[in-house]
Design a protein around this ligand. Structure first.
Ligand code: PEP
Ligand code: MG
Length: 571
């Protein structure tokens, strides 16, 4: 038995066989062949097997993620049927009398190099498609297995160096019981996706891929951030009990599903959920969410081969609004950059992408992309209770410019005879310290604030949210963070506006009493955290917590804050 400590990224306990997600060894020997027809047949067989796998993956992506995510696999299937690629491989086998592996490798590399050197980003992206697809064909020629998370058909735990958000989006919950990775932190986007999918996950174990092999029995303890490999009978039993206890706890939480969130002294706060796709709304409703406090629209743009059209976006936004009925839905405009890239958007390399052309900065530079999204949102606004917020606002001028574009598009739509709601609140995410510091000035112009602590902490503490080596500095309870949060809440209230929080801190059981006492109006978190948070808030007195405010804000360290709250709330 072997035990590893990582970062608890998604609640629950999973026990299953390991499935390592690694690119296989595709090295081969170049061989001379006599029977070229046989080689061509081997090539055809490998192509056919690859096509039928891709068809399955495409169908799976279509069902679980929608048409736009499936489109990338249509492009891959086209590559496999393209005579411009296949004929030269067959010719090479015939004329050079080499094995299919050598012919495939040479022709594929020629195309990959050619596409990679093109100026056009879209064409360069085709190089990645050819590489992806021909690696799959090569794996079949060599008879080595090519891991495909979307094709897993038995219960497993995924072991990987890291998972990209689009890898995570392809996981089928029915079979993937949990995952664990070498890198990442609690607020990396794969961790956030794991929580939306309600799959237990432990990230940042540093060495898991070295410690485990396919088929090993693995326990992912997403509650305490531990991984146990090949447990003894006794340990296995202990974790099965922990798993059962967690299921029982979930049943108790579920009883509060349709209740409002009231503190012990009868004060209401709103508990919303963070979502990435329209499919996530079901989880929000099942977990008793009173709102969608953050819809990360960038997932609509990721895992796609081109920008989603205005109509595609309209359908997604409308679906979320309709499913939520009259409950608020806060949609965040595109937040690309940092760790979120678009394969079809050619951005210059940056030394510090988290400090670069991200989010609203990109949208104000590429107004064409931004206007399309704003139009889609405005068109969807009549289907529910829409609120729009802009991410990564650092200056008032950015907010004014973004809002002016929104109003311009609203006028344009009205002139075109399209109905738009006149009650859309327009707010900002507070993720940058400059904005938190002058929240008073912002509060005069915005309708609401939503504090994005995932970024606010990384920018305030100068500690990369993705880097586990500086995770000790990533301190939500640091008095500097509490003072910034308090400043934002006070500023909002002074102008009669509301302040919410959609960073992961909003669902943290130590932070919840602090935030309740500071007067936060709305808490938006992973859907699975809502019922535990409601249970906790029911037992807390807001008035009592408010009386600790000055003491907490003048403390010197995060440890002091944590110890004080633990003592006062018996945690
Ligand atoms: C945040 O920064 O707190 C936030 C909610 O945005 P994201 O995690 O998507 O950067
Ligand atoms: Mg952010």
């Amino acid at each position: 038995m072997n035990k590893l400590q990582g970062i608890a990224a998604s609640n629950g306990v999973a026990i299953s066989k390991a499935y390592t997600l690694e690119t296989p060894d595709l090295s081969f020997e170049t061989k001379k062949v006599e029977d070229t027809n046989r080689e061509i047949q081997r090539l055809q067989d490998a192509l056919n097997l690859s096509k039928s796998e891709l068809e399955k993956i495409k169908e799976h992506a279509r069902q679980s993620l929608g048409d736009e995510h499936a489109e990338i696999f249509s492009a891959h299937l086209l590559v496999l049927s393209d005579p411009e690629l296949i004929t030269p491989i067959e010719d090479k086998i015939k004329t050079d009398k080499v094995n299919a592996e050598a012919a495939l490798d040479e022709v594929a590399n020629m195309f990959i190099n050619m596409f990679e050197q093109m100026d056009n980003a879209y064409m360069r992206e085709r190089a990645a498609d050819i590489k992806d697809v021909t690696e799959r064909v090569m794996a079949h020629l060599l008879d080595v297995s090519f891991p495909d998370p979307a094709l897993i058909s038995e219960e497993v735990i995924i072991i990987a160096e890291d998972l990209t958000p689009s890898d995570t989006a392809q996981l089928n919950k029915q079979f993937v019981k949990g995952f664990t990775t070498n890198i990442g932190g609690r607020t990396s986007h794969s961790a956030i996706m794991a929580r939306s999918l309600e799959i237990p996950a432990v990230v940042g174990t540093k060495t898991i891929t070295k410690e485990v092999k396919d088929g090993d029995l693995v326990i992912v303890d997403g509650i305490d951030g531990e991984i146990i490999l090949n447990p003894s009978e006794d340990v296995l039993k202990q974790y099965q009990e922990k798993q059962a206890e967690f299921a029982k706890q979930k049943e108790i939480w579920a009883k509060l599903k349709d209740e409002p969130t009231l503190s012990k002294d009868g004060q209401h706060v709103e508990l919303g959920a963070n979502i990435g796709t329209p499919n996530d709304v079901e989880g929000v409703i099942n977990n008793g969410g009173e709102a969608v406090g953050l819809y990360r629209t960038e997932f609509l743009y990721m895992g796609n081969s081109d920008f989603p059209t205005e109509d595609e976006q309209f359908e997604a936004y409308k679906s979320v609004l309709e499913q939520m009925g009259d409950k608020p839905v806060v949609v965040r405009t595109l937040d690309i950059g940092g760790d979120k890239e678009l394969s079809y958007l050619d951005l210059p390399e940056e030394m510090n992408p988290f400090l670069g052309v991200r989010a609203i900065r990109l949208c104000l530079e590429r107004k064409d992309i931004f206007r399309t999204q704003l139009r889609a949102l405005l068109r969807a606004s009549t289907f529910g209770n829409l609120k729009i917020m802009f991410p990564m606002i650092a200056t008032l001028n950015e907010f004014r410019e973004a809002k002016a574009l929104l109003l311009e598009e609203k006028d344009n739509l009205k002139r075109e005879g399209i109905q738009v709601s006149d009650d859309i609140e327009v707010g900002i995410m507070v993720e940058i310290p400059s904005t938190a510091v002058i929240a008073r000035q912002f509060a005069k112009e915005v309708d609401f604030f939503s504090i994005g602590t995932n970024d606010l902490i990384q920018y305030t503490m100068a500690a990369d949210r993705m880097n586990e080596s500086v995770s000790y500095l990533y301190q939500p309870y640091h008095p500097a963070i509490l003072n910034l949060v308090n400043n934002v809440i006070e500023a909002a209230h002074a102008e009669g506006k509301w302040a919410g929080m959609c960073g992961e801190m909003a669902g943290d059981p130590i932070a919840i009493p602090i935030l309740l006492g500071l007067g936060l109006d709305e808490f938006s978190m992973s859907a699975t955290s809502i019922l535990p948070a409601r249970t906790q808030i029911k037992a807390l007195s807001k008035e009592e917590l408010a009386s600790y405010k000055d003491k907490l804000l003048s403390m010197s360290t995060a440890e002091e804050v944590e110890a004080f709250i633990r003592e006062k709330t018996n945690q």
